[in-house]
Design a binder for this molecule. Structure first.
Ligand code: FMN
Length: 198
């Protein structure tokens, strides 16, 4: 199990999201930190069934899901890591469907029996871990960061697993290039943010 876990919801191999995440994980490895990247596109997850079985179980640990798929393994990795890189491109103003499907499965982190109108976060009282949020979009970065939902969604994922965001990197104007390459400035920023996880 690794110290830092990167969860990447990009569909594209070698795209902007992959490159930002790889820059960060490279910096962390160079600093002697063990890192693992989960490419959600290679991780077979079912959709949440909204059966609420997991949400009825009390306690701080994630509730047990009725689905017997890779999420069980992923939860073990999430639980044992002390920090996260949460990454997704911006599609239609929010995280990709791939990342959203993963997020919905994080409902195991909510205690929410049917008689309660709102969920209680199991990790609300826990010592907070750190998370860096990563996204990209075709629009200018400033618009992406403040007018799309992506950052809020990544933040919600961080909160659910008991982490507090220590930084966000939003790379803009990336829509046109089929083989994008990160600028030195973006790489440097990604490196600085990764260092915040140490
Ligand atoms: C289905 C789809 C929807 C998209 N929606 C938006 C959007 O709403 N706003 C935006 O600025 N860019 C949008 N984009 C551009 C992506 O954000 C951009 O291609 C992506 O950040 C690149 O990430 P990647 O290199 O990791 O694939 C969209 C792209 C696709 C394929």
């Amino acid at each position: 199990m690794s110290e830092i876990l990167a969860l990447n919801g990009s569909y594209r191999s070698g795209g902007v999201t992959d490159q930002v995440v790889e820059t960060m994980t490279g910096v962390l490895r160079d600093a002697g930190v063990s890192v693992e990247t989960i490419l959600l596109r290679e991780y077979p997850l079912e959709f949440c069934l909204n059966c609420r079985h997991c949400t009825r179980q009390p306690g701080a640990a994630p509730g047990r899901c009725v689905l017997d798929d890779a999420m069980g393994d992923l939860l073990g990795r999430i639980e044992s890591s002390r920090g996260y890189i949460l990454a997704s491109p911006t599609n239609f103003g929010g995280v990709t469907a791939l990342f959203k499907r993963f997020m919905e499965r994080l409902i195991v982190y909510a205690y929410w029996p049917r008689e309660m109108s709102a969920p209680r976060y199991r990790k609300a009282g826990a010592v907070k871990k750190k998370a860096v949020l990563v996204s990209s979009c075709a629009a200018p970065a400033i618009l992406g960061r403040f007018s799309f939902h992506t950052r809020q969604e990544l933040k919600a994922a961080a909160k659910t697993i008991g982490a507090v965001p220590v930084g966000t990197i939003f790379t803009g104007l990336v829509g046109g290039d089929p083989h994008p390459e990160l600028s030195k400035r973006v790489k440097a920023r990604a490196g600085r943010l990764a260092a915040k996880l140490v």
